[in-house]
Write a protein that binds this ligand. Sequence first.
Ligand code: NAD
Length: 255
Amino acid sequence: MEINGSSAIITGGASGLGEATARKLATDGVRVTVFDRNEARAKEVVAEIGANANFIAGDVTDPDDCQKAVDQAADGGNLRIVVNCAGTGWVGRVINRDGSPHELGMFQFIQTLNVIGTFNVMTRAASAMATIEPQANGERGVIVNTASVAAFDGQIGQLAYSASKGAIVGMTLPAARDLAVVGIRVLAIAPGLFDTPLLAMLPDEARDALAQSVNFPKRLGDPAEFGELVAHIAKNSYLNAEVIRLDGGIRMPPK
Ligand SMILES: NC(=O)c1ccc[n+]([C@@H]2O[C@H](COP(=O)([O-])OP(=O)(O)OC[C@H]3O[C@@H](n4cnc5c(N)ncnc54)[C@H](O)[C@@H]3O)[C@@H](O)[C@H]2O)c1
């Protein structure tokens, strides 16, 4: 797909994987709309990227915010790229150390943010994309959702997180099938361990230990490597309905 001159919406674009994606797509001539609830940071990122970027503050769990964000991205030109990076993790076992059951509220919170947030943006964006002019090969655009290796290698304490990322994996094929008729591809990336603010919270020794657990190269992933993959997925029209692990070959142990 030719991406130069098109528009993209990137949720969670004010930090980590989303931020790196926004920066990369902008250098490839894409007009990027950063949609993030962290307005202050979104403003900074967009100012650094320059003329090819704009932001909208909002919450991916709120359907109205998502519609506004999609409208803003679509206003600026043909919306052809959607990247869902807003999300977070949570640690909690089926039964807590004191024998009490996993709290329902946090389980629901993680599904609402990671799954329903992705659903909200994917559905609204697809609806807008379906109305734009296709390119010569019939293609209108691409949606890239963010899963995690935790969808496959869920560790102890990842019940809620793995469930949410498994849902992202599970939506990939049916969404790609639903949207084939309008020339929209759907993929997911399952990142391993990336050096983003999410992991920066850990002490250095814990980060070093995580880096050593990667098959090769023995380091955390650079968010720019995630952005590069998104750009490649967008350009390569024959990639569709797939979940791509981007993880240095890591297979997560039970803990
Ligand atoms: N960093 C990793 O190693 C890693 C590994 C696997 C999967 N992931 C997934 O990648 C995605 C991005 O992770 P990251 O490491 O870049 O995290 P991050 O915390 O650096 O960035 C997440 C961004 O999402 C935004 N956000 C959170 N909730 C939101 C909401 N309700 N509405 C709008 N914006 C919201 C935050 O403000 C933040 O800017 C997440 O889904 C995460 O689960 C990350």
